[in-house]
Design a protein around this ligand. Sequence first.
Ligand code: SF4
Length: 341
Amino acid sequence: MIINVLELLPEELIQQLLDIGEKEYRAKQILNWVYTKHTTDFNEMTSLSEELRTKLQSILSITIPTIITKSSSSDGTTKYLLSLQDGSKIEMVIIPNGKKNTLCISSQVGCARKCEFCATAKLGLTRNLETHEITSQVFQAIKELGNDKLTNIVFMGMGEPLDNFDNVIKAIQIMQHDLCFNFSPRRITVSTSGVIPQITKLADTGLKLKLAVSLNSAIQTKREQLMPISKTYPLSELKKTLIDFRKKTPYRITFEYVMIKDYNIGRKDVKALLKYLGDISCKLNVIKWNKVDDLPYETPSDSEIDRFISSMSVLSSAVTYRKSRGADIDAACGQLAAKNI
Ligand code: SF4
C-alpha cells in the first residue's frame, strides 16, 4: 500500500524508512522537502540519491487535492472547490485580514448533523476525510499564499470535526509538529456543534488547541429546532462539559452565534444567552446569518445587529462581531455546499 507522506507523523515516516533499510535521518530530509520547500515530487528531492527516490515512490506518495475552481470575493476572501482522489468534492476558504490569513478547512465530505441554517447539512454525510485529506488543505493553502503567510487554521468548513475524531486529531498533531507545519496550538481552532462525548475525549487527549462551539441559541427548544444535535446533547449537559474542558485548557472557549432575523436575537434570546454564558470563561463571536437558497431565514438589519450586540455588553466575556466574509461567493459561515458537484 502506498502511503501519503501528509498522513504521517515524523516517527511514522522514520519507521517506513527503517522498514526499507534506510537511515532515520532521511526522514528529516524528506520532511524538509515537503514542509519547507513544498515539493510534491520525489524526483525534485535532489539531496536524495536517484535509487532512494525510486524506492520511495514504491511506498510513499505526496498527493494533494486538485483545485477545480477558485472564486474570489470583493473582500479578498477566496473559496476553493477541491477534488479528492475518489472524485469527492470539498471546499476550503482563505480569509485575509490585515497581516492575518485564516484558512477554513473541511473535515468531512458533507455532514450528518443537520443544522437547519447550514448549506452543508443539505448534502448529508458522504464520508470522513482521511488525515492527509485534511493536512493537504493546509499544504494547498500554503502553496497558494506563499511561505509564512498562513497564520490561522479553523475547522469551520464542511463537516463536524469531532465526528471524524481520530483523523482530525492526527491532522492537528501534524499541523503542530515542528518538523511538519509547525503551527502554534493557539492558531488552530476546532469548531463543534456540541458533540459532548467527543469534547470530553478531546480534553483527555491533552492536545492543545482552541475550541469553538456553535451555539446559536441558549434556549433549549429553539436550539433543538436549529441544531438537532441538541436533542441528544442538551444545553445544560453541554455547559457542564465545557466548564470541565476549560479546566484542562489554557484557552478560553469561543461561542459562535449566528444572528437570524426574528428568530434568535429577541429579548428572551438575549436573556437566555446572558444567563448561559455569564459564568463561563469564554469569548462570544457573533456573526450575521448569510442567505442560503431554500432556507426560510433572513439576515437581520444593521440596527437589529447593533441592538443585539449592545445588549451583550454586560457580559464579562469579550464579544466580537465577526464581519461576514466571502458572502458574495457563498464562502461565509454556513454557506459551504461544494456547489458544482
Ligand atoms: S453547521 Fe457544522 S455541524 Fe452543523 S450541519 Fe453545518 S457543517 Fe455540520
